[in-house]
Ligand binder design. Structure first.
Ligand code: PEP
Length: 257
């Protein structure tokens, strides 16, 4: 983390979990655990239909709400899709774009991810743009090449003034939901490389202001070590974010002086 130049953001990805009553219970318990998070922003990303319930439940806390995907189109005949403006109207401030589960199960390409990033920014949503390699790519020692390519493609056409609103999440696919975490050094190395890509395209001032998260089996036990890496500015957390006490411990790890 480097709080001097950029925000630390702890974001939960709840995936396809929780009903309104469960969201209310989570928020009530979470509030008692985190009276005040001074140094990091907290986000929970829920299924689109649950956003209003989450906004109501977290109204008194300092927890923002995000979506998990959105359409690249502003409106029209796209059955089943949700537009950025609709997420905003529901109360979302953030949206996850290009999660590996979307890439893997819904055929999202780098081109689609780029179109969604531009659409999110156009809707004034903060995109949390996910990139990351498979185990095979890591074993072939192609991680940095792939991630560099993904970041460049995802950000194509993003104007410098919009870049400050973009969060990049490095999520090695082999670490998502598997209990296998990248070591702090592995995660830190890729996050540093991602910042270097942003620096090459947008310059040093913008690069140092961009929040880069790590995601992949982050939990209460490993968060502190991961967040101690200079280029890891937070986490995108799946499984562990479903439990208020686990998410609270990760937030506390991000709030160390
Ligand atoms: C994720 O889905 O973005 C994620 C990182 O999941 P988990 O923390 O469960 O690995």
């Amino acid at each position: 983390m480097n709080r001097k130049y950029r925000k630390t953001v702890i974001a939960g990805n709840w995936k396809m979990n929780k009903l309104p009553s469960e969201i209310r219970n989570f928020a009530e318990e979470f509030r008692t655990l985190i009276p005040r998070a001074k140094w990091c922003d907290i986000v929970v990303c829920t299924p689109a239909v649950m956003i209003p319930a989450a906004v109501r439940a977290f109204k008194e806390g300092k927890v923002a709400v995000g979506g998990q995907d959105m359409s690249a189109h502003p409106s029209g005949a796209y059955t089943g899709e949700v537009a950025g403006a609709q997420l905003v109207d529901a109360g979302a401030k953030y949206v996850i774009i290009g999660h590996s589960e979307r890439r893997q199960y819904h055929g999202e390409t780098d081109e689609m991810v780029n179109a969604k990033v531009l659409a999110a920014l156009g809707s004034k949503l903060i995109p949390i743009v996910c990139v990351g390699e498979s185990l095979e790519t890591r074993e072939l020692e192609l991680t940095l090449d792939l991630v560099t390519y993904q970041v460049k493609r995802a950000l194509s056409g993003v104007a410098p003034e919009q870049m400050r609103k973009v969060i990049i999440a490095y999520e090695p696919i082999w670490a998502i939901g598997t209990g296998k975490t990248a070591t702090a050094e592995q995660a830190g190395e890729v996050c540093t490389a991602i910042r270097a890509v942003v620096r090459a395209v947008y310059g040093a001032r913008i690069a140092r202001s961009v929040t880069i998260q790590y995601g992949g089996s982050m939990n209460a036990a490993n968060a502190e070590e991961l967040l101690a890496q200079p280029d890891i500015d937070g986490g995108l957390i799946g499984g562990a974010s479903l439990k208020p006490e686990e998410l609270a411990k990760i937030v506390l790890a991000a709030n160390q002086e």
